[in-house]
Ligand binder design. Structure first.
Ligand code: NOJ
Length: 744
């Protein structure tokens, strides 16, 4: 059978457990099932446990560095099933050869790496890609990354991170799609599609990994690795849907999170992994732990030692141990002492072998890696396009932007010349030297790094307009980069004040991987452009937007607080008995020392010119369970430039058995509009999309639903109501269901 057919046949052992919800759970072809059963029959306990062991073949910054003779000997003995921190078509082919030619059972190895936003061609960070509000952008980025990483012999990436994050103090906010379960679900499925393609067997693709299951983004205080306390409704309605969407899109693997949820570390959370993910969602892909997380169960205080930790993780349903060595050291012995563990080991090994089968590795273990393509040129055109689409124009008072031709420009700020930051912290094989900075892209501007404030002020005085790059370098976001204050780093606020004092119009160009809390700093700054960390074409992309060669079209995937102390927050908060009131004399749900709500809300973003919205019209006044309702809205470009408008649809259930969020995103479309053009966006929804989680079920209640269309979560232009005529039970997380969108 050729590889394509094998992979099209799907992947898993237990055909009976398949539901259409999880493509990854489709049964394997009979030949592969038989092969896996035969292998399981031949394997010693030690060989089985070897398959469950993933080892670092190098360090993140020094790939392959641990692949010495002793390591190869371990491969020959079947002591590991997978390597991470390895790469390169030729070295991986050599390593694979040892496994498939020199080990007893000739089982191929699985090669993994964190290929997050590009491999050689470094693209915008994930939060920036989500800011495109265009799943096609996320999909294309994933595809480019997969094609390059595949050429380097890699099978498996630890992406996408689908953790909802509502607290920008958490440094890993940069790696996800922001605060919203619906947007996060759409981006998650697009990323899975981009990495895996319609069929992993077509080649030039990688197995995706939805991580970190689950609640990692809800870390208390925004402190990475810290515990999360999330109620069952919020867990099901907010944190789980993007995982469900990723599973349904066929994500071949999941990674458990470091954190504890309600006191139970996710690496040992049998209720959620075995009970929920496996039993309820029928997910049968491979589940891997996070780095050393099995051993860290001892630190969590739920295991006396690493042996106990290994048994707990196995019982929870974790198939593969990333880097802790606990499975390798203790599982065989534990299973010898307790035979009830053997079937669990067999299941896990079956899933690992199934993943290898699905990747085609049993048919052609050398099918990955292409030395010629591994040296292919960087994909700059696509990188620039994706970067441009990820930019968000937050403020443009007096139409300061686009820049007027011939304007004398001062460009201030070290970040404008920081190539290393442009490529972010997950840079795979990317090189800072490949990045084109804003300084390089705006060669005609009078550049000052800003370390000498007086020199920066002089440059500003000579200019008609001051462009100042502010924010965080690559090293302030990412893993273990939580901050208690998310303002401007040292020195930048003083620099900005000095520039403001010149009276020149200022464009703040905000770089970095998290939304910063800058209300005070940005007061008096007429234009603000959020540019994130945009990859190797960062500078040219920003320059094209500044000069008006292209119009900004991105939107915030997470609100920007006024002050750190507002975090965490979300536009999709619940109503309260005493809703926030602008009048401080009224006791209400707000802070006394800051305005209500974020500085820039979820979904906010401007473009050049003006967009007009028509009324929201519905196809019917009522809908029955199982039926569909269509909501349409017309948008018109009243400006003189071709732009994109992100039309957003929010829902609210005004009276329900439990309090419902004031608004929840339930549809969006990034709509290209020529000058003067009108287009109509039609959203088709089902009652199940308004279900809430109660007592372990998805409840669709009879009653009214408000739909609101607009340009952001706070800029709602029109609304309409319909009624769900009867109650029903939903089957899946409401936010993971996609609204059908048509643009006419
Ligand atoms: C730890 C991180 O939490 C995870 O996201 C990553 O994939 C692994 N390290 C492997 O590098």
């Amino acid at each position: 059978m050729n590889r394509r057919n094998v992979l099209a046949a799907g992947a898993m052992l237990a055909a009976s457990a398949w539901t259409p919800l999880a493509r990854a759970a489709r049964p394997l072809g009979a030949d592969h099932r038989a092969r896996i059963q035969a292998l399981l029959g031949q394997m010693t306990l030690a060989e089985k446990v070897g398959q469950m062991n993933q080892i670092a073949g190098g360090r993140q910054k020094s790939l392959n560095s641990k692949l010495d003779a002793a390591m190869l000997d371990r491969v020959r003995k079947g002591e590991m099933g997978s390597f991470l921190h390895v790469a390169g078509a030729e070295p991986l082919r050599d390593l694979q050869r040892v496994a498939v030619e020199e080990s007893r059972l000739k089982i191929p190895l699985l090669f993994a790496m964190d290929v997050i936003h590009g491999y050689r061609t470094i693209l915008p960070v994930p939060l920036a890609l989500a800011a495109s509000w265009d799943p096609k952008v996320a999909e294309q980025a994933a595809r480019i990354a997969a094609e390059e990483a595949w050429a380097a012999g890699l099978h498996w990436t630890f992406t996408p991170m689908v953790d909802v994050a509502r607290d920008p103090r958490w440094g890993r906010v940069v790696e996800g799609a922001g605060e919203d379960a619906y947007l996060g679900s759409r981006i998650a499925e697009a990323q899975v599609a981009g990495f895996q393609g319609a069929d992993l067997g077509e080649g030039r693709r990688m197995m995706a990994c939805a991580k970190h299951f689950v609640g990692y983004g809800a870390a208390e205080g925004g402190r990475d690795y810290d515990s999360a306390e999330v109620g069952p409704r919020t867990l099901n309605e907010v944190y789980l849907p993007p995982f469900h969407a990723a599973a349904r899109a066929g994500a071949g693997s999941f990674m458990t999170a470091f954190n504890a949820l309600d006191g139970v570390p996710m690496t040992a959370n049998a209720e959620l992994v075995r009970g929920f993910l496996r039993a309820q969602w029928h997910y049968q892909g491979l589940v891997v732990s996070d780095w050393n997380a099995i051993r860290e169960l001892v630190n969590h205080g739920i295991a006396a030692d690493a042996r106990e930790a290994a048994v707990l993780a196995l019982k929870a349903g974790v198939d593969m141990d990333m880097a802790s060595g606990s499975y390798a050291t203790y599982l065989a012995e534990a299973a010898t002492a307790d035979a009830s563990l053997v079937p669990l080991i067999d299941e896990s090994v079956g899933r690992i072998l199934a993943a290898k089968a699905r990747l085609g590795l049993f048919d052609d273990p050398y099918g990955f890696g292409d030395p010629a393509r591994d040296k292919a040129p960087l994909r700059r055109t696509e990188a620039r396009d994706l970067a441009k689409r990820s930019l968000v124009l937050l403020r443009n008072d007096g139409a300061v932007l686009p820049l007027k031709p011939g304007a004398r420009l001062a460009l201030i700020g070290a970040l404008a010349d920081d190539a290393s930051s442009a490529i972010g912290s997950w840079r795979a094989r990317g090189q800072a030297t490949d990045a084109v900075t804003l300084k390089a892209a705006l060669a005609g501007a009078d550049y000052q790094p800003g370390t000498d404030v007086a020199a920066a002020v002089e440059a500003a005085k000579r200019a008609d307009i001051v462009l100042v790059a502010l924010g965080e370098d690559f090293n302030r976001t990412g893993e273990a980069r939580s901050y208690a204050e998310i303002g401007l780093p040292e020195g930048q606020a003083a620099l900005l004040e000095a520039l403001k004092a010149t009276g020149k119009p200022i464009v703040a160009i905000l770089m970095g991987g998290r939304p910063l809390a800058l209300e005070r700093e940005l007061t008096g700054v007429p234009a603000v452009l959020q540019t994130w960390l945009l990859g190797i074409e960062s500078g040219p992309a920003i320059a094209e937007i500044l000069t008006g060669k292209a119009a900004p079209g991105g939107r915030l995937p997470i609100g920007m607080p006024r002050r750190t102390g507002q975090s965490p927050q979300s536009y999709a908060h619940l109503p309260t008995g005493r809703p926030a009131n602008p009048d401080l004399a009224v006791d209400s749900a707000r802070y006394h020392d800051t305005e209500i709500g974020p500085l820039f809300a979820f979904g906010h973003g401007l473009t050049y010119g003006e967009i007009a919205y028509g009324p929201l019209s519905l196809s019917a006044e009522t809908v029955a369970p199982g039926g569909r309702i269509t909501a349409s809205v017309q948008v018109t470009n009243r400006g003189t430039m071709a732009v994109d408008e992100v039309v957003q649809l929010y829902a609210n259930d005004p009276v329900a058995a439990v309090s419902r969020p004031v608004a929840e995103l339930r549809g969006f479309a990034r709509v290209p509009l020529k000058p003067g053009q009108s287009r109509t966006v039609r959203f088709t929804l089902s009652p199940e999309q308004f279900a809430f989680w109660r007592d372990g079920k998805w409840i669709v209640e009879a009653g009214d639903i408000r739909l609101m269309a607009g340009a952001s979560s706070v800029d709602l232009k029109s609304e309409a109501r319909f009624r769900i005529t009867a109650g029903a039970e939903g089957q899946v997380p409401a936010a993971s269901l996609a609204t059908k969108v048509e643009i006419a």
